[in-house]
Design a protein around this ligand. Structure first.
Ligand code: ATP
Ligand code: MG
Length: 268
C-alpha cells in the first residue's frame, strides 16, 4: 500500500505573505506551500485534467509547482512528458514510476522550495486511501460530471471523505466542481441542485470543451493555448483559483485581489 508520508510542515508565515495568484515571485522569495488534492472515486470525471491544468496555471503564474501522480495509470506524468521544455517548469513526482536506484521515500520527496503542490489521485479509493491522500491537504477538489451515475458516485465519495477519512466540512478544505458541463441541459440543472445541496462550497463550473482535450495532449494548460480561444475558460477558472488562494488565509476570501491571466504562450 502506498504510504504518502510526504507532507512537510508549512512555514509559520511566508516571507511574502499571500500574494494574488498571478503575481510573479521574486527569484529569491519562497512562499508557503499550498497542497491541493484532486479526488473522486469515480473514474473519468476529470481529476487528471484538472490537476494538470492547475499545475500548468500555477507554473505560468511563476509559482514553484509540483505535480504528484498517485495513480498507477500515470496520466499526469504522461502530460508532463509531453510538456515542452520552453513552458514554465512543473516538477513531476511519481508514486509509481521507478526512478533509478533511489529509495521510495526519496522518490516521493517534495522539494523544499515548492509553493504549489497538486496531487492527482486514482479512481476507486476506499476510506483508508482517502485518509492517506488527504492528510495535510489545504484544499480538496472534487470534480463531478453531469450524469446520474457520477452524481451517485460523488455522493458516496463525499460521504466516505467526511465519515471515514474524518474530513470536517466546517474546516472549509473541500470544494466541488461541475466538470464537462453543457449549460441549458436538464442534466446540468440536476447536477447544480445536487452540488448546491451538499453543504460544501461549489466553486466552479467548467464547460465541456475541446480546449481541455488539446491542452492535455500537448502537455500544456488551457491558459497556455491561443488566447483567442480561451476567454470563457479563463473566466471559469477565476473563481476556482480565488477560492484555492483563500485557503491559506481564510479571512482573505472576500478581499482577494482580482486575478489576471498568466502570460500566454504559444502551445507547444
Ligand atoms: N472540461 C472538459 N472538457 C472536455 N473534456 C474533458 C474535460 N475534463 C476532462 N475531459 C476529458 O475527459 C476524459 C477523462 O478525464 P480525466 O482523465 O482527467 O479523468 P480522471 O478522473 O483523471 O480519470 P481516471 O479516474 O481514469 O484517472 C479525458 O478524455 C479528458 O480529456
Ligand atoms: Mg486520472
Amino acid at each position: 500500500m502506498l504510504n504518502l508520508n510526504l507532507w512537510r510542515p508549512k512555514p509559520g508565515s511566508g516571507p511574502a505573505g499571500n500574494p494574488p495568484a498571478a503575481a510573479i515571485p521574486a527569484a529569491a522569495t519562497v512562499r508557503s506551500l499550498l497542497r491541493i488534492v484532486v479526488l473522486n472515486s469515480k473514474g473519468g470525471c476529470g481529476k487528471t485534467t484538472l490537476s494538470t491544468n492547475l499545475a500548468g496555471y500555477y507554473a505560468c503564474c511563476g509559482y514553484r509547482t509540483a505535480l504528484l501522480d498517485t495513480d498507477p495509470q500515470g496520466s499526469s506524468m504522461l502530460w508532463l512528458r509531453n510538456r515542452a521544455a520552453h513552458h514554465p517548469r512543473v516538477t513531476g513526482i511519481s508514486a509509481y514510476e521507478r526512478a533509478g536506484r533511489v529509495t521510495r521515500s526519496f522518490q516521493l520527496r517534495v522539494p523544499p522550495d515548492i509553493e504549489r503542490l497538486i496531487v492527482d489521485t486514482p479512481a476507486a479509493l476506499d476510506g483508508m486511501r482517502l485518509q492517506e491522500l488527504t492528510r495535510g491537504a489545504d484544499a480538496i477538489l472534487i470534480p463531478v460530471l453531469p450524469s446520474d451515475i457520477d452524481i451517485h458516485a460523488a455522493s458516496r465519495c463525499i460521504a466516505e471523505l467526511l465519515l471515514t477519512a474524518h474530513i470536517d466540512r466546517r474546516a472549509g478544505q473541500v470544494a466541488v466542481i461541475a466538470n464537462r458541463v453543457k449549460k441549458n441541459t436538464l442534466m446540468y440543472d440536476k447536477l447544480l441542485r445536487f452540488l448546491q445541496s451538499l453543504g460544501i462550497p461549489f466553486i466552479a463550473t467548467l464547460r465541456d470543451t475541446q480546449n481541455s482535450v488539446h491542452a492535455s495532449e500537448q502537455g500544456v494548460c488551457i491558459h497556455e493555448l491561443d488566447a483567442r480561444k480561451i476567454g470563457e475558460d479563463v473566466r471559469e477558472w477565476e473563481e476556482l483559483i480565488r477560492w484555492l488562494e483563500s485557503r491559506q488565509t481564510p479571512a482573505a476570501a472576500t478581499t482577494a485581489a482580482p486575478l489576471t491571466q498568466p502570460g500566454n504562450q504559444p502551445a507547444g
